[in-house]
Design a protein around this ligand. Structure first.
Ligand code: ADP
Ligand code: MG
Ligand code: ZN
Length: 504
C-alpha cells in the first residue's frame, strides 16, 4: 500500500552520499517587506504590532467600488533594489492580478506583476567561506502582502486540528518585492551554504538600502527555497519542490540540505519527485508535503485594470542609481582593512550583526578594538539578557564612543564604564551625566589612594610579605582589596605603583 508518491519513500540519504550521486539545482524566491509608512495601494499604516484589523480600509479589504493607487515610495524602493541587484529597469510595466482564494486575502486576488516585472536580468555576488559565487537574478517584481491567520485550539498552531481561526487584515496590502533567481547550478555540496549566503546577502543589501527593516524573525525577509536533483550536470533539470516561507538563515540552509537528502532517498528508491510546496519544521529540522504546485495558468493572470502602467523616466532611474550605498560585500572588504581586525575578530563582529554598530561607533571617534569590545561583550550580554537585537539594546554608537572617550581620558576605568552603561540604560542621561550623577570618577589622587593602600597592606600582612620577598605578581591581591574598598573607583595603575613603592 502506498499513501502517496512522497510518503512511500521516507528514507533520508546521508548528505555526502546524496551529493556523490546527484547534482542539486536551486531556485530562491525572496520576499522583502518594504518599510514604507503606508501600504502599496492605499494610505493605511504599515506600523508593526498594532491591534488586529485597525489598519484597514475599503481598498485593502477589497470592498466593491474601491480603487487602488500605487505608492510612489514603494516604486522608488523597487527601482533602487533592482539597480542594487544589477538589474535592468523596465521602461514600462504593469501590475497583474493573480487570482486565487485565500481567507487572509479578501480581494480574492493579489495584485502582483507577471510577465512585466519592474526589474530583471541582474546578479549578485555572494561570499561562501571566502569563495565568491555569482547568483543570477531573473526578476524583482512588486506585489502586496496578504493578511495573517492565527489558528486556535490545536497543538501545532497550524490549521489542521484547530478549532477556529482568527484573521488579521493589517498586513493586507503591505508592499512586497519578490526577488527571484535564475536556477542556481554548480553549487554542488555547497548548495545549502550558497542558499544561506544568498539570503543573508539580500537581507544585508535591503538594510544597506534602507528599504526594509529586514528583520527575518518578523518575516520582513522570507525565502521560498526551490530544490531539484539530477543525476549529472549535463542533464535537464529534475522536478523541483518549493519549501515555503523559511524565515531564518539557519533554516534556509537546513531546508535545502534536508530536501537534497530527502529527494535523493525518493530517487534512489526509484520514485519520482512531485512538484509541490513543502513546509519547513524547525523542531524536527525536516520538511513535509504541502500542496501540489499550481502552474502559472492556474492563476489566470491578467493586467490589473484599475492601475495605470508604471513608466519610470530614465532620468529618475539615474537619480536613484546615484543614491545607492556602497555594496555590503565591498563595505565589508573595506572595513576589514580599515579596522585591522584579525579574520576571527571580524567574523565575530559579522556573526553578532554588529558591523554597522561598530562602524558608526568608530565614525564617532572610538578606536576599532574598543568599539568591538563594548558591542561584543558588555552590550551583547545585555541585549541577550533582554532578548532584543543588539541594535535595540538601548545604547547608541555615539554613546559607546562617548564612554570610551571617558576611559581614554582616565575619567573612568572599564569597570566604572559598565556602571555608566547601566545609567544610560536606566535613563539617567548621556554618559557624562551618569558619571556626574553617580560620582563615578576614578580616584588617582595619591593622598586618598595611599591611605587605602596602607590599610590593604595592614589587613593582608602575608601578601605584603610575599611582595617584599620579590613575588611582585602578588600585588594583584592588594590591588583587588584597594579596588573593593574604593568601590572600583581607584586608578588601578597608580595603586600598583604605590604598592610596589611601599613594599619593594
Ligand atoms: P513559482 O511561481 O512556481 O514560484 P517562480 O518562477 O516564481 O515559480 O520561481 C521558481 C524558482 O525556482 C526560480 O528561482 C527558478 O529559477 C527556480 N527553478 C525553476 N526550475 C527549477 C528546477 N527544476 N530546479 C530548481 N530550481 C528551479
Ligand atoms: Mg514564485
Ligand atoms: Zn487600506
Amino acid at each position: 500500500m502506498t499513501t502517496g508518491p512522497t510518503a512511500a519513500y521516507a528514507t533520508l540519504v546521508n548528505f555526502d552520499d546524496a551529493i556523490d550521486r546527484y547534482d542539486p539545482v536551486l531556485g530562491l524566491e525572496v520576499h522583502v517587506e518594504l518599510n514604507t509608512r503606508s501600504k502599496m495601494f492605499c494610505g493605511c499604516s504599515t506600523e508593526f504590532g498594532a491591534e488586529p484589523n485597525t489598519q484597514t480600509c475599503p481598498v485593502c479589504l477589497g470592498l466593491p467600488g474601491s480603487m487602488p493607487v500605487a505608492n510612489a515610495k514603494a516604486i522608488e524602493s523597487a527601482i533602487r533594489i533592482g539597480l542594487a541587484l544589477n538589474c535592468e529597469i523596465a521602461e514600462w510595466c504593469r501590475f497583474a492580478r493573480k487570482n486565487y482564494f485565500y481567507p487572509d486575502m479578501p480581494k480574492n486576488y493579489q495584485i502582483s506583476q507577471y510577465d512585466e516585472p519592474i526589474a530583471f536580468n541582474g546578479w549578485i555576488d555572494v561570499d561562501v567561506d571566502g569563495e565568491i559565487f555569482r547568483v543570477e537574478i531573473e526578476r524583482a517584481h512588486m506585489e502586496e502582502d496578504t493578511g495573517k491567520s492565527t489558528h486556535r485550539g490545536g497543538v501545532t498552531g497550524r490549521i489542521h486540528g484547530a478549532d477556529y481561526s482568527l484573521l488579521d487584515y493589517n498586513r493586507c496590502g503591505v508592499p512586497l518585492i519578490e526577488i527571484v533567481t535564475r536556477p542556481i547550478e554548480g553549487a554542488g555540496e555547497k548548495a545549502p551554504q550558497v542558499a544561506k549566503a544568498y539570503v543573508g546577502a539580500i537581507r544585508d543589501l535591503m538594510k544597506a538600502l534602507d528599504v526594509s527593516d529586514a528583520r527575518m524573525e518578523r518575516g520582513n525577509v522570507r525565502c521560498d527555497a526551490n530544490v531539484s536533483l539530477r543525476v549529472s550536470a549535463d542533464l535537464p533539470f529534475g522536478t523541483r519542490t518549493e519549501t515555503k516561507n523559511v524565515n531564518s538563515l539557519r533554516s534556509v540552509e537546513g531546508a535545502v540540505r534536508h530536501e537534497i537528502m530527502r529527494q535523493a532517498g525518493v530517487l534512489d528508491a526509484g520514485g519520482t519527485i512531485v512538484q509541490e510546496t513543502r513546509h519547513w519544521h524547525e523542531d524536527t529540522q525536516g520538511t513535509t508535503s504541502g500542496r501540489p504546485k499550481e502552474t502559472a495558468e492556474d492563476y489566470r493572470y491578467f493586467p490589473e485594470p484599475d492601475l495605470v502602467p508604471v513608466a519610470p523616466s530614465r532620468d529618475w532611474v539615474e537619480e536613484l542609481r546615484a543614491t545607492l550605498p556602497e555594496p555590503p560585500a565591498e563595505r565589508l572588504k573595506r572595513l576589514t582593512s580599515e579596522w585591522g581586525f584579525s579574520e576571527r575578530e571580524f567574523g565575530d563582529v559579522v556573526a553578532a550583526d554588529a558591523v554597522g554598530l561598530v562602524d558608526e561607533t568608530v565614525r564617532a571617534g572610538c578606536a576599532p578594538q574598543a568599539a568591538r569590545k563594548w558591542w561584543l561583550s558588555e552590550l551583547a550580554r545585555r541585549a541577550n539578557e533582554a532578548g532584543v537585537a543588539l541594535a535595540e539594546v538601548g545604547v547608541t554608537p555615539v554613546q559607546v564612543a562617548a564612554v570610551q572617550a571617558l576611559v581614554d581620558d582616565g575619567v573612568v576605568n572599564d569597570k566604572l564604564a559598565r556602571q555608566v552603561f547601566d545609567g544610560v540604560l536606566a535613563g539617567e542621561g548621556e554618559p557624562a551625566d551618569v558619571v556626574e550623577k553617580r560620582g563615578l570618577v576614578v580616584v588617582s589622587d595619591d593622598g586618598a589612594l595611599s591611605a587605602a593602600v596602607d590599610a590593604a597592606i595592614a589587613a593582608n600582612p602575608d601578601v605584603a610579605e610575599r611582595i617584599r620577598g620579590g613575588k611582585v605578581q602578588a600585588a594583584g591581591a592588594l590591588i583587588g582589596a584597594v579596588m573593593k574598598e574604593m568601590k572600583g573607583q581607584a586608578d588601578a595603575a597608580r595603586v600598583r605603583e604605590l604598592i610596589l613603592a611601599k613594599l619593594t
